[in-house]
Unconditional design. Structure first.
Length: 61
């Protein structure tokens, strides 16, 4: 199931919605910010088919 999750862009601080597939387990995605179009790494922790943690980091670290 895809669950929408709001995270804050590490570059500009604007909220961006990502859709997390809770059946897929832990995931690392690359998302593009809707506001400033920067690419960010998104680390997602899933446990028991619910989202435990979503963390956005600047690309290139
Ligand atoms: Zn941004």
């Amino acid at each position: 199931m895809e669950t929408p999750h709001i995270l804050l862009c590490p570059y500009c601080g604007q909220p961006t919605t990502v859709f997390v597939d809770t059946w897929a387990g832990n995931q690392d995605l690359t998302e593009e910010c809707n506001a400033c179009c920067s690419a960010m790494f998104v680390h997602i922790k899933v446990s028991e088919y619910s989202v435990q943690e979503v963390r956005a980091e600047m690309e290139g670290r």
